[in-house]
Design a protein around this ligand. Structure first.
Ligand SMILES: NC(=O)c1ccc[n+]([C@@H]2O[C@H](COP(=O)([O-])OP(=O)(O)OC[C@H]3O[C@@H](n4cnc5c(N)ncnc54)[C@H](OP(=O)(O)O)[C@@H]3O)[C@@H](O)[C@H]2O)c1
Length: 324
């Protein structure tokens, strides 16, 4: 099969499309013919090996996993003898384990991996752009967002942020989205009640307060956001920083305003599957829609990585079949 392979850390050019052996499913495995996969911020970090501390996870001297890609949409091609949950021909969306492998024509996953039926009303590229469950886990489980509350999403045009804006509305909150000038209309269309342009104003000085600040971009801090948090407000970010790692246990023990970080990617597969099912329901009901910055065929995956380096809004998708 063809796959995007990288054997050394470096710029987008380290990724080459090569012929590699097609994975063989074991008794409990499912082989999925991948139609579309995202090229995510995590893929960029794993490819570049930057920041350097990320190599503790991705491989100290060279990449541990040579085929990247975690989120995929495709069709079940083969199943092992012990597989009961899925059948050949099922259209699915899913998330690989920490070992990646979705930037390829086929990916092998365990039947208990994060998998759900593809939303019927979306093509494969659109479906995979909904897969990142980070925003859902953050808003529901960590922020415990309730109807009538207020949330500010900093980085509202990105892959996690665009989902957070829509899910915030779904949970009945009033949503303020922060992004750059070219993306104000997009964020408004996604359902934000208010949009702020970070190139023109600093939301921490705009005089509004919120129950939740979800700093997806990681460009602010708990210290700066304290003044815009309501007395029991929560500051959440998916971007780790030394100060946030320190503030989290401190604010858990003392004070009413909380600083929270979570690595939602490390949640159990069963939890991710449940989230995928909810995301699918919302997509089919038309209350959650994907945001795609661009689609690239597998042959042009290096360009997809270059796009990632320049900065993106929404999701970058690589398609294996040409059809998306
Ligand atoms: N902990 C976890 O489990 C987990 C899971 C997924 C992602 N993450 C992390 O979450 C972060 C966001 O991921 P993503 O996929 O959503 O990234 P993304 O799609 O690249 O989005 C980043 C967004 O940040 C915005 N931005 C850039 N500079 C900004 C600023 N100064 N102020 C406000 N917004 C700014 C950009 O908006 P404009 O384009 O409008 O400028 C862009 O839309 C990444 O660091 C990623 O590694 C963590």
């Amino acid at each position: 099969m063809r796959a995007a392979v990288h054997r050394a850390y470096g710029p987008p050019d380290v990724v080459r499309v090569e012929e590699v052996p097609t994975p063989v499913p074991g008794a409990e495995d499912v082989l999925v013919r991948v139609h579309a996969a995202t090229v995510s911020v995590t893929d960029g970090t794993a490819r570049s090996g930057s920041p350097t501390f990320s190599r503790l996870f991705f491989g100290l001297r060279r990449p541990k996993w040579t085929v990247l890609g975690s989120e995929f949409a495709g069709v079940v091609e083969a199943v092992g003898s012990g597989v009961t949950r899925l059948r050949v021909g099922d259209e699915v969306v899913g998330i690989t384990g920490p070992d990646f492998g979705a930037h390829a024509e086929y990916v092998r996953v365990h039947q208990d991996s994060a998998l759900a039926p593809k939303p019927a009303n979306l093509d494969f590229a659109e479906a995979v752009a909904l897969v990142d469950g980070t925003a859902l886990a953050f808003l529901r489980d960590r922020a415990r967002l309730r109807p009538g509350q207020t949330i500010l999403v900093n980085g509202a045009s990105g892959s996690v942020g665009s989902a957070a804006v829509q899910l915030g509305r779904h949970f009945g909150a009033r949503v303020t989205g922060v992004c750059s000038t070219p993306h104000l209309d997009l964020v408004r269309d996604l359902g934000a009640d208010t949009v702020l342009d970070y190139t023109r104003e600093d939301f921490t000085r705009a005089g509004q307060t919120y129950d939740v600040v979800f700093d997806v971009a990681g460009t602010s801090s708990f210290g700066r956001c304290r003044r815009v948090l309501n007395p029991t407000g929560r500051y959440l970010s998916p971007v780790p920083s030394p100060s946030l790692l320190l503030q989290m246990p401190c604010t858990a023990a003392f004070g009413r305003r909380k600083a929270i970080i979570a690595f939602t990617g490390l949640r159990k597969a069963a939890e991710k599957s449940r989230d995928l099912l909810l995301v699918r329901e919302l997509a089919e009901a038309g209350t959650f829609r994907p945001v795609i910055a661009d689609r690239y065929p597998l042959e042009r995956i290096t360009e997809a990585h270059r796009h990632l380096e320049r900065g993106k809004y929404g999701n970058i998708v690589v398609t294996m079949t040409g059809a998306g």
